[in-house]
Design a protein around this ligand. Structure first.
Ligand code: GLV
Ligand code: MN
Ligand code: MN
Ligand code: MN
Length: 413
């Protein structure tokens, strides 16, 4: 094969080995990863990434939100082409969600370094802080502050369940950088990620050319009841917030399912207080996640929630409070970036389809200030946010090659 940049390929084995090495940090007995945002494990993961980047001559800069930018110089003073994702995981996360996008970016830089290729525009690999939203809500907060969606004060002030804040935890692990967390001119941005759903695998396609991300709304729904004794209190005399919650869930799940096959509802976290088996709880707090690809669809789900809340209050005599925690409207990615990914996939000859992401990603906020698109690869059984999350080395390599060629296309040689 002729020695041209079009024929450049990443090293799939080196990418896989780096993924497996990173997966040891926070590795769980069940084979997954627990490397939640701004924990000691997250620090170790960040340190390893920074070391790998320095080894190939990159300059590392960290902003006030702890977002890490590893820069490989270009031959001209142009706005960079950036890529990246996140190193934090869910509490029972896998080895690929987020990490793949970071290490695929590193692999692109390693490939260029090894082949002594200098792009016209500089290239940067970014690690965004707290994408998952598992330890600190909301998700994608590092990229969100950077893109101007949230203020720095809001970002620093977000607290975990123990009351530890992002600002203090960034300082504790040594990642409270001095660079302002604000956007700069960017030529193009790409993010590689596992699909986290079953479509590519089912359709036996290697690459998802991602055209956008569906909308997400998060709520904290609090059901207030009257605490009382589990034994003497007759059922009809109770104001039981658990009954109210289960009625709401039943009604809303039914509505979501009949509304549209694209609609999603998840109740990922429940807390009963005071949390004692033989006391009817005083309150229940439900963390609710609703999603839809169209703004009107998401609005419909929002209205359904509020109507069902009214119905359940009437039926149970409880009081229900709905607090809006986060709203990430549906996003359409940039046509030129989508075309760059499509061109790369076609040139490389991988089977592919266009698709909308069901999961949220840092690219959502990056897209507010820069041209963006994403590259998906299949994951086994479509499973993610699960310790069993798994992907084929061959597919990860293919996604890395698409990322390489798309970045070269935008950065120029
Ligand atoms: C982020 O990981 C999300 O899609 O919830
Ligand atoms: Mn992710
Ligand atoms: Mn995730
Ligand atoms: Mn995500």
């Amino acid at each position: 094969m002729e020695n041209t940049v079009e024929n450049l390929r990443i090293d799939g084995t080196r990418l896989w080995d780096s993924l497996m090495e990173m997966a040891q940090i926070g590795g769980t007995p069940a084979g997954g990863c627990n490397r939640q945002a701004l924990t000691d494990e997250d620090k170790q993961g960040r340190d390893l990434f920074a070391r790998w980047c320095r080894e190939i001559g990159c300059e590392i800069r960290v902003d006030r939100m702890g977002n890490i930018f590893a820069r490989r110089a270009g031959s001209e003073d142009l706005p960079p082409v950036i890529t990246g994702s996140h190193l934090d995981t869910q509490p029972t996360g896998g080895k690929f969600d987020g990490v793949y996008g970071v290490l695929a970016g590193l692999e692109v830089l390693r490939t260029l370094e090894q082949n002594k290729v200098t792009t016209r525009a500089p290239l940067e690999v970014v690690v965004w802080t707290n994408e998952e939203g598992a330890r600190f809500s909301p998700a994608m907060i590092g990229s969100g502050v950077w893109a101007g969606e949230f203020s720095l004060e809001y970002g620093h002030g977000r607290a975990d369940k123990e009351g530890k804040t992002i600002g203090n935890e960034l300082e504790r692990i040594g990642y409270l950088g001095d660079m302002p967390a604000e956007p700069k001119p960017i030529t193009a941005a790409f993010e590689a990620h596992i699909e986290q759903g079953p479509i590519l695998e089912k359709q036996e396609q290697v690459i998802g050319v991602v055209t956008g991300v569906q909308g997400i709304r998060w709520y904290d729904v609090t059901f207030h009841g009257t605490p009382c004794h589990a034994g003497p209190t007759p059922m009809e005399d109770r104001r039981d917030p658990v009954q109210a919650m289960s009625l709401l869930c039943q009604k809303l799940y039914a509505e979501v399912k009949t509304f549209s096959e694209d609609a999603r509802m998840t109740c990922g976290d429940l807390r009963a207080e005071p949390g004692s088996r033989n006391t009817v709880p005083e309150k229940v707090v439900l963390a609710l996640d609703l999603r839809h690809p169209q703004p009107e669809g998401l609005e419909h789900l929002h209205q359904s929630l509020h109507r069902v809340v009214e119905e359940v209050q009437q039926a149970t005599g409880t009081t229900i409070e709905v607090r809006d925690e986060w709203h990430s409207p549906p996003v359409a990615f940039n046509e030129d970036c989508i075309a760059a990914v499509d061109k790369a996939v076609n040139a490389l000859g991988y089977s592919h389809r266009k698709m909308v992401s069901g999961a949220g990603h840092d690219s959502v906020y990056v897209s507010r200030v820069a041209p963006v698109s994403m590259i998906f690869v299949p994951c086994a059984g479509g499973l993610s946010h699960n310790e069993a999350e798994s992907a084929e080395a061959e597919h990860l390599e293919a996604g890395g090659n698409v990322l390489l060629q798309a970045m070269l296309d935008r950065a120029g040689i």
